[in-house]
Design a protein around this ligand. Structure first.
Ligand SMILES: [Zn+2]
Length: 150
């Protein structure tokens, strides 16, 4: 993933990230951790809105690409743009998987698998703690259930 014009990278020291994130957010995004299935936020989030990187705030996924995968992790069939995330081969745990990172700050987000729904057939299996949700501002929706924001 080299030949596209790189957007400005967000680079911080480990201490700076620790100060910014909760211990669980830090463990997952900076330590390549995985939250326990069904433990993270956003799983049952159905509102229209954007999911952004918890580390740098860059928009990564939109609710229109979210689907119920049954895995216990928020799942999307595509990112908001292919430049928003970067894919890295991951050979840990004796498996070959494609790791998905935030392209802006290299936060570990999750993995992508080729068993998703149409139209892409991809399943971006994300850690909920790696994402923050902001509902779309929709004028004709009086829905203000306030769920999802933290
Ligand atoms: Zn980021």
């Amino acid at each position: 993933m080299a030949d596209t014009a790189p957007r400005p990278k967000v680079v911080k020291t480990e201490a700076e990230w620790r100060a910014l994130l909760t211990p669980e957010q830090f463990r997952v995004t900076r330590g390549h951790g995985t939250e326990c299935a069904f433990s993270g936020p956003h799983l049952s989030q159905k509102e229209a809105g954007t999911y952004s990187c918890v580390c740098c705030g860059e928009p990564l996924f939109h609710s229109s690409a979210k689907f119920e995968s049954g895995t216990g992790w928020p799942s999307f069939f595509q990112p908001v743009s292919k430049d928003a995330v970067s894919a890295v081969h991951d050979h840990s745990h004796g498996m070959h998987r494609i790791e998905i990172r935030c392209a802006t700050c290299d936060a570990h987000l999750g993995h992508v698998f080729p068993d998703g729904p149409r139209p892409t057939g991809m399943r971006f299996c994300m850690n909920g703690v790696a994402l923050t949700f902001r509902a779309d501002a929709v004028a004709d929706s009086a829905a203000s259930e306030g769920a999802g924001e933290r």
